[in-house]
Design a protein around this ligand. Structure first.
Ligand code: CUA
Length: 214
């Protein structure tokens, strides 16, 4: 559950910065309105440019954007560093329009059809294990998104992105594609299910057996 906590905190910090910028803009706007209202001054100001003032807006915005980027990068790095060395690996491949979850070395692969809510694939992972998730795409750009964890990773063709996740509770959550990828984009939902390590072993065994039979 660390992921969610880390990114909840990050979102609150970003919200605080956004509110501060919003208040600043509204305040400056109100001051300009009151001071520049009709009749307050006989004629409009002759001044057309103020390089120092305009330059300072740009500087403030660059500092705010830089601060937000730094906050996101350090939160992500910190979160991933805390995850520990990977014990289980899952390769996630997005395609038009569903997902494949492969378990390297286990000859287990789950492929969904996603269409209209039927055949939604489920990624099963064990709790209390550091799970390395590799995300890629077979065609266009998709995005692997688990709203509950506040986590998104781009699924890019010819590139692998990875992140680690360690869940302390079992449960099931919905995942979605959050990059518009064509007609079936809205149907690219999947489930992520965390089970105890023994239930995970059982699932792997059962699933590799059923895959072999199929
Ligand atoms: Cu895949 Cu949107």
């Amino acid at each position: 559950m660390q992921l969610r906590g880390t990114f909840d905190r990050l979102f609150s910090q970003e919200l605080a910065v956004a509110i501060a910028v919003f208040v600043l803009v509204v305040l400056l706007f109100a001051i300009a309105l009151i001071r520049g209202r009709a009749g307050a001054r006989g004629e409009p100001a002759k001044r057309t440019e103020n390089h120092l003032l305009e330059g300072s807006y740009v500087l403030v915005l660059i500092v705010a954007a830089g601060f937000l980027a730094w906050l996101s990068i350090t939160s992500n790095d910190h979160e991933q560093a805390a995850a520990g060395p990977p014990q289980v690996k899952v390769v996630v491949t997005g395609f038009q329009w569903c997902w494949r979850f492969s378990y390297p070395g286990q000859s287990v692969s789950v492929v969904g059809s996603c269409a209209q809510g039927s055949g939604r694939p489920t990624m099963v992972i064990p709790t209390h294990r550091s799970v390395e998730i590799e995300v890629t795409s077979a065609d266009v750009i998709h995005e692997f998104w688990i709203p509950y964890f506040r986590y998104k990773v781009e699924a890019l063709p010819d590139h692998v992105n990875h992140f680690r996740i360690t869940l302390t509770h079992s449960g099931e959550w919905i995942g979605r594609c959050s990059e518009f990828c064509g007609l079936g984009h809205a149907f690219m939902d999947f489930n992520i299910k965390a089970v105890s390590p023994s239930a995970y072993k059982h699932w792997l065994l059962h699933h590799s057996a059923s895959t072999a039979l199929a």
